[in-house]
Structures are given as C-alpha cells and as structure tokens.
Write a protein that binds this ligand. Structure first.
Ligand SMILES: NC(=O)C1=CN([C@@H]2O[C@H](COP(=O)(O)OP(=O)(O)OC[C@H]3O[C@@H](n4cnc5c(N)ncnc54)[C@H](OP(=O)(O)O)[C@@H]3O)[C@@H](O)[C@H]2O)C=CC1
Ligand SMILES: O=C1O[C@H](COP(=O)(O)O)[C@@H](O)[C@H](O)[C@H]1O
Length: 590
C-alpha cells in the first residue's frame, strides 16, 4: 500500500529518463507502482533487485510477456507483479517525445477548487510529486485572465509548516504553470478551444489528461461529454475524469448518471472521489489491521461488541444550504464517507493490495448489509441558539433553505452486516452539523472480559471497563486504546488509561491533505481509493429504501440547538442495542 513506501511520494524522475535508462529507487517500493508509472512510458522490462534478510541483493527480471513489450501497461497486467516488495531499479524505454500531464480543473472559479484542489496541486508540486512536464488549466464560465486565476489561486496556497524553504519561489514557479480558459460546460467548441490551448502547452509530447469535475452535479454529463469528445488525449496518452460527489441522490439517479458517463468514458477512466478515503487515518486502517498481529484476531463478533462511526461539525451548512437541502446529512456524509470507512473496516483480508482486490472485498461487505429499518434511524435538524451575545442561526434561517424544510442535518443509524464475521454486531453511525465539536472518528468497543477477576473494582457498571480502540481521523489525528490499569500505590485501585499514538507527538511531518493523495493517485492511475460503480450501486441499494420512506412519510426531525450534542433520541437508539456512544464518555481523552 502507499503507506509502506518510504519515498516521500510515488513519483519517479520519469521525464528525465533517457531511452532504456534504469531508474534506481533508493527505498523499498512495490513493483506495481513502478509498472503503473510505466503507463506513461513504453515498457521494455522490469528489473528488480531485492534485498534479502542477510543484506545480499538478489536480482531478477519480472517477466513481461513478449506481446506486451513496448506497450503501455494496463492495470490488469500489473496484478501479476503487485505483491513484490523490492528495492532496486526498473528499466523502461522512453517515449520518443516524452510525456506530459495536463490537469484541467473544471469549475475553477468555485469553492472546492479554491479551497482544496489548487492547494493540493501546489502541495504535490512543492513535494516534487508532479511530473516534470505538467500544465494546470482552470476552466469555468467566469471571465478571467491567466493573471487573475493566478492571483485567485495564490491567495489559497500555503507552504508545509515543516518545509518553508524557497516557498515563494516555488509558488511563483507553480503559478507560471497555471492557465485559465473560459467556456461553457456544454460547448464542444469551447472544449475544442481548451484542447488547442492544452496542445500548445504540451508541445508535442504524449498528452495525459486529467479533468477534475468540480462543478454541480446537474452539469456533470455536459462537461464529461464535451471533455471526452473535444478535449481528450488524442495521441496515445490517457484521459481520466475525477468526479466529485454527489453521485446521484438514490439508486435510480446514480445508475442513470453512471449510464450517461459510460456513453463517453470507460469505468477505468472514471475516478469517483470520496475524500475521506484519502485521509491519513482511513488509509492507515488497513495497515493497522493487517500488519499488526494483535488486532486482526480480535476483529470479529467474537471480541467486538459494537463499532461506532462518528462525524461531527461545529458549524452549519453556511453557504451550502442550497445544495444541502436537496441531499441532507444521510446522503452528504453517511451513504459515502462513513459507509466507505465501514466497508474498509469490516472487509475480509483482500487477496492483495491491488485496487480491484480491495474493492472486491469492500463490495462484499456492502452487499452483506441488512436493509436499514426506519426505526433504526434518528433524524435531527439544528435550531437557533443564543450564547452570550451571539445568536447562532437555525438551519432554516439560511435564505436558500425553505422555511418548512424537514431535511436532516443530523442522523444516527444502526447498521448490521449479516455475515459470519459480523453477525449481530451493531455498527452505529452518527453524523451531524452545528454540533458542539468537529470530529471524525471510529470507535471500537470490545466485549467485557469474561469472569473478570477485577469486576468488583468497577462497581456495578462493567461498561466502565470496556476496552475501546479509538481511531481519530480528525482533528489531531490519533489512535488510542483504552485499557484498565492499576493506579500505582499500595492499594488495588484501577483506572482506565490510554495507550496513545498521538500523531503530532510521534511524527514531525505535516499530514498531507486527502486531496493531495487522491490527486496523485489519479495521476498515477491508482484506483484503490476511488469508488467503483458496483460499490456505488451497493451503497445506494442500502440507503435508498430508508431515504424514500423518510421522504414519503415526511418524518419530522428532532430539533437540537446549534452547538449542542445533538438529538437525545440518538442515545435511545444506541441503548436499544446496549451501546453507549463513546464520544460522550467522561474519559480524559475522548
Ligand atoms: N465545496 C465543498 O466543500 C465540497 C464540494 N463538493 C462537490 O464538489 C463540486 C463543486 O463544489 P463547489 O466548488 O462547492 O461548487 P460551486 O457551487 O462553487 O460551483 C463550482 C463552479 O461551477 C459553476 N457553477 C455553479 N453553479 C452552476 C450552475 N447552476 N450552472 C453552471 N455552472 C455552475 C461556477 O463557475 P462559473 O460560474 O464560473 O462557471 C462555480 O464557480 C460539487 O459537485 C460539490 O457537490 C464535494 C465535497 C465538498
Ligand atoms: O463531503 C463533504 O465533506 C465535508 C467535510 O469534509 P472534511 O474533510 O472537512 O471533514 C462536509 O463539510 C460537507 O458537507 C460534505 O459535503
């Protein structure tokens, strides 16, 4: 997996390679990524030098079928070599003209582009993770010059706190690679003009083109159609499209969207982003589980009492009420971010770390899930609240939201996976806006110790002694395990303490933003963290019936004050399954 690379990013100095040159890799790497990289080169062979335990170097050539020599590698071919972990070098035959990557941010004038995409692209550039030849082009209807785009982008760029050297120089160099093209999203002519502009920058090199659709969903198809027909790579490079959520609002609309995409793109070209999959601790979930002996044996109904997936924000829908009212918190957070984490958490060990193997396991989890019952769902909506002199608005105070809106800004739900590993274990989800804190975490509560010798020390409430593993995705990333411990002294007093892996204390390096990882993956053709269409179908099949029922029955949400801990009914839901929400406990570190 990416986290095992010890190189700081996964780029190689590919564009500086001369024909048949070997590229040496100073550190351990997975050969599949070497091969992936070679999609931008013509493959000749891959030589691998593996360091043995005694330090000796064993050399081998990864067999490449003769009919594949000189061809671009497809991900399918890569699976042959994917599990080889090596140190060494690889040889490629370089393209005659070299390659370039052109990244077009469609909707460049928008919120997400400014907030996340351009800063992530700069971070990749700053870290040396972008190829030598690349162009970034903003595309939107707004009229802007290149200079105006650069000015807009420059306001959002920051340098890594641990690497401030040459920052302004790097920013200037980066901004010089950014251009702007104004056009309509449904105009083949405007996209053809974009194509012409990109070609000028690509300067005859093999062009690989990445389109990031950072636009509202109602114009996805227009943009995909025009990008694919008028501006895709025409000279042997790849064309990929990153699509932002929402991918529809139920099974039917999602399937229709996929069908429309597939008129213009193959599944391999579609990168459906769920930025929670790019978060460091979500990426680490599989490492934690599959590369530590102590967790995997406990990872089942036998030892785990319940799992909690919690998302909270301490602000409302500010500025996004128009979008939000049509979706609500279940579609905005649960059906995608929390469900994706659940699938990664609960999946069986994949055959390998290849994208398809991982996604195959995730989809099995999703398909094993029990339909969600309406009585297992709690809905809430925030109302206004005054604290001191400050009046915090209600959801319906947003001018873009109808006054009588029933759209939930909070939801809690109990989900179940009906398979052998998880039979009967409640997976509780809770997501809300305008709550008392901002947090995303996974909480795993273990069963009570059978015949606990120390039970008298806990009084009547054995839950006080529950071991709990907390994976705090954000903020202040941490993994900690609550254990029972003897308080030092002559008596026998027990307390609960944390074995704590606190990232800020352990690692001095700043944690990359999820969008950096995902953009880099899309450039490299790594699909592991993107949603495959069957995963999406399964996710919608799970949520669509209950969403329909909520809407048909016009369920009134429980109103909770802005800045509170959310609806009381969430506690009743948990109690029904003999669960206490872990984030509301009284521990030192919650
Ligand atoms: N913002 C966020 O935090 C997040 C956003 N997303 C998703 O990312 C995508 C982009 O989000 P965001 O940047 O907030 O979106 P914006 O509403 O800011 O729209 C992006 C750009 O699209 C164009 N646009 C907006 N509305 C229309 C319209 N009705 N018809 C045609 N063009 C329009 C505008 O550019 P111009 O007028 O110049 O053409 C605008 O600058 C959306 O799909 C959103 O759901 C996902 C997660 C988080
Ligand atoms: O996808 C979305 O995510 C954000 C929260 O993302 P984070 O990385 O800041 O935690 C959320 O605010 C937004 O409503 C939702 O659409």
């Amino acid at each position: 997996m990416a986290t095992l690379y010890s190189t700081h990013c996964r780029s190689f100095p590919s564009s500086s390679m001369s024909s048949n040159q070997s590229v040496s890799f100073p550190n351990r790497f997975f050969v599949n990524n070497v091969s992936f990289k070679s999609q931008t080169h013509l493959l000749q062979q891959i030589s691998v030098h593996t360091q043995q335990q005694d330090g000796a170097i064993a050399s081998s050539v990864i067999p490449v079928e003769s009919n594949n020599i000189g061809k671009r590698l497809s991900p399918e071919l890569l699976s042959v070599t994917s599990s080889t972990e090596s140190q060494g070098e690889a040889s490629f035959e370089k393209d005659v003209n070299g390659c370039t990557v052109s990244i077009t941010v469609v909707g460049a004038s928008g919120d997400l582009a400014k907030k996340k995409i351009f800063p992530a692209l700069f971070a990749l550039y700053y870290e040396g993770c972008l190829p030598e030849h690349f162009t970034i082009c903003g595309y939107a209807r707004s009229k802007m010059t290149d200079a105006e785009l650069r000015n807009m982008v420059s306001k959002t760029l920051t340098c890594r706190i641990d690497k401030k050297e040459n920052c302004s120089e790097k920013m200037d160099q980066f901004l010089k690679r950014c251009f702007y093209h104004s056009g309509q999203y449904d105009s083949p002519e405007n996209f053809a003009a974009l194509d012409k502009k990109l070609k000028e920058h690509e300067d005859g090199r093999t062009s690989n083109r990445l389109f990031y659709l950072s636009i509202p969903p109602n114009i996805f198809i227009d943009a995909v159609k025009c990008a694919s027909l008028s501006a895709s790579s025409g000279n042997g490079g790849w064309t990929r499209v990153i699509v932002e959520k929402p991918f529809g609002r139920d099974s039917e609309s999602s399937a229709a969207l996929t069908r429309s995409f597939k008129q213009y793109l193959t599944e391999d070209q579609i990168f459906r982003i769920d930025h929670y999959l790019g978060k460091e601790l979500v990426e680490n979930l599989s490492v934690l589980r599959f590369s530590n002996l102590i967790f995997e044996p406990l990872w089942s109904r036998q030892y785990i009492r319940n799992v909690q997936l919690i998302f909270s924000e301490d602000f409302g829908t500010e500025g996004r009420g128009g979008y939000f009212d049509n979706y609500g918190i279940i579609r905005d957070i649960m059906q995608n971010h929390l469900l994706q984490i659940l699938a990664l958490f609960a999946m069986e060990t994949p055959v390998s770390l290849d994208a398809e193997d991982i996604r195959n396991e995730k989809v099995k989890v999703l398909r094993s899930m029990r339909p969600i019952k309406l009585e297992d769902v709690v809905l809430g909506q925030y109302k206004n609240h005054t604290r001191g002199d400050v009046v915090y608005p209600a959801y319906v105070d947003d001018k873009t939201v109808p006054k009588d809106s029933l759209t939930p800004t909070f939801a809690a739900a109990a989900l179940f996976i009906d398979n052998a590993r998880w039979d009967g274990v409640p997976f509780l989800m809770k997501a809300g806006k305008a709550l008392h804190n901002k947090r995303a975490e996974i909480r795993v509560q273990f069963r009570h110790v059978p015949g606990n010798l120390y039970k008298r020390n806990f009084g009547a409430d054995l839950d006080q002694a529950t071991n709990e593993l907390v994976i705090r995705v954000q903020p202040d990333e941490a993994i900690y395990l609550k254990i029972n411990n003897k308080v030092p002294g002559l008596g026998m007093k027990l307390d609960r303490s944390n074995l704590n892996l606190h990232y800020a204390a352990r690692y001095s390096k700043e944690i990359p933003d999820a969008y950096e990882r995902l953009l880099l993956d899309a450039i490299e053709g790594e699909r592991r963290l993107f949603i495959r269409s069957d995963e999406l179908d399964a996710a919608w099949s799970l949520f669509t019936p209950v969403l329909n029922e909520i809407e048909e029955k016009k369920i009134t949400p429980e109103y909770y004050p802005y800045g509170s801990r959310g609806p009381v009914c969430a506690h009743y839901l948990a109690a029904r399954y003999n669960v206490r929400w872990g984030d509301l406990g009284l521990d030192v570190e919650q």
